[in-house]
Design a protein around this ligand. Sequence first.
Ligand SMILES: [Zn+2]
Length: 298
Amino acid sequence: MPELPEVEVVRRGLERHVVGRTIGLAQVLHPRAVRRHVAGPADFSAAVRGLTVTGARRRGKYLWLPVADRAQGMPSVAEDALLAHLGMSGQLLLGDPGRPVAPHVRVRFTFTDSGPDLRFTDQRTFGHMTFAAGGAALPPMIAHIAPDPMEPDFDEAAVIGRLRSRRTGIKSALLDQSLVSGIGNIYADEALWRARLHWATPAASLSRAAAGRLLAAVREVLAEALTAGGTSFDSLYVNVNGESGYFGRSLAVYGREGEPCPRCGAPVRRDPFMNRSAYSCPACQRRPRRRTGRASSL
Ligand SMILES: [Zn+2]
């Protein structure tokens, strides 16, 4: 599933290739892609037609394109937005408007300049798009999503406080998009490995300093992944030009069960975790002992 670095790579591609262009047609080729747009596919297409994309924004794993109606030739400020979540396998790809669409294209946007079109491709159809009225600054349907660690709004001290008040394990807390957004399984496991913390460590047992080190590790791994163009772990994630990211080769533990820990050589362990997996080094990331009483030793 695309996480913050992958979505940010897509955002940068949209900023470069789509901003400033006016949508001609939006063809919904599969209604499930706009299921969150309650008024239906026809309304979605009508809502975005003729609007000019004025920006490309992101919070966590959500992307949105602020759009303005410039039909009268008057520069109007964007009030609304086109919101997208890539889900498990969503891609936003530039295409040649003269060429037929591939089987998994769910929505196609053509532009009035007849340049490359934009294709929302989604094999597993967990992704979605919607028109967000009044959503240019922040779509109302994602107002509950917490700022991500790369946003200026990210309040580190407050997040550390809230993290330490959680009654869950630390990995569950990192995945909670209402606490901190943008982190999924890959970067949670990688950040925990960097911070030498086991995924099941109770969030409430972390000292302020340990929580600060963990957030620093999160930021570090996200930044490195972004530089590498993201992680194309299951080859479903690509940028707007269809190119894969290469951070996959830098992963220390994620997806590497049985391979040596890059730090100590112990074989990486995989544990079942919320219908998915948690990868960790059994030597560098010691599982917390149960019922240790006051667990402030971390
Ligand atoms: Zn190790």
